[in-house]
Design a protein around this ligand. Structure first.
Ligand code: BTN
Length: 247
């Protein structure tokens, strides 16, 4: 994988999309500083310059690139990225859980956010930009109550560029699993096993019904929906953005 480092860029995901036509599959754009880092649900991703990993991986499908991936398989990209982050963190002795669909938590604290953006073609996905922000050396998060970093978890500081190389090693090892049914199943099993709050009673907000409720996460369906059992015994199924966690 070819890595390009920027000192400053608005957002590595935005830059990857601007340069998409010229970038080969497997390109990684990493930034020491993002001035307009983007998060899920239109949020901003704030991190201190030089202290953390903020990067985007470009994947392309089709001739001279990766095998085809259908739009319905795009959900596997979440499993792939969060699993690679979990392996990376575990290599430092840090155990995490994935808050569906793809926030990575250590205890009650978020250590990594993932923003996956796809470009669709008529026959499936044309390209994906996997934007990943992993908190590495930052120890204070004034804007964020529930953030943590590798340094906070292990009480050590790290070389950020080396961390990216290590992460990409795990990512590259997992990538072929996307294109084989049996391996995809393994990826899914590993993802489901590490779900944040699985089996624990907690509070959620149901966006469609506009109500807060108490429930327990049962797991994730093959189509990527989250299943939560509520106190009345009903199993509720959610697509992304249809439910929020009350933390
Ligand atoms: C989230 O948790 O809301 C997702 C955050 C994703 C942040 C990463 S940092 C690298 C890439 N570039 C961006 O602008 N966003 C993603």
């Amino acid at each position: 994988m070819k890595v390009t480092w920027y000192n400053t860029i608005d957002s590595t995901n935005s830059e990857a999309f601007r340069r998409l036509p010229e970038l080969p599959s497997g390109t990684v754009l990493a930034a020491r500083e993002q001035t307009a880092g983007r998060g899920q649900r239109g949020n901003t991703w704030f991190t201190r310059p030089g202290q953390n990993l903020t990067f985007s991986i470009v994947l392309k499908y089709g001739p001279e690139a990766l095998p085809a991936l259908s739009a319905s398989h795009a959900v596997w990209l979440n499993y792939l990225c969060s699993q690679a982050v979990a392996l990376f963190l575990r290599s430092f002795g840090v155990l995490c859980r994935v808050k569906w669909p793809n926030d990575v938590y250590v205890g009650k604290h978020k250590i990594c956010g993932i923003l996956i953006e796809n470009q669709l073609a008529s026959e499936g996905l044309a390209a994906s930009v996997l934007g990943i922000g992993i908190n590495i050396n930052q120890r204070e998060f004034p804007q964020l109550a529930n953030a943590t970093s590798l340094a906070l978890c292990t009480d050590k500081d790290y070389n950020v560029e080396l961390c990216l190389k290590q992460f990409l090693g795990f990512f590259e090892e997992l990538l072929p699993q996307l294109f084989d049914e049996a391996s995809r199943q393994q990826l899914f099993t590993a993802y489901s096993a590490e779900l944040f709050r699985k089996g624990e009673w907690a509070h959620y907000y149901d966006v469609l019904r506009e109500e807060e409720f108490e429930g327990v996460i049962q797991g994730v369906e093959a189509d990527g929906r989250l299943c939560i059992l509520d106190v009345a015994g009903e199993r509720r199924y959610y697509h992304f953005k249809e439910v929020s966690y009350i933390l």
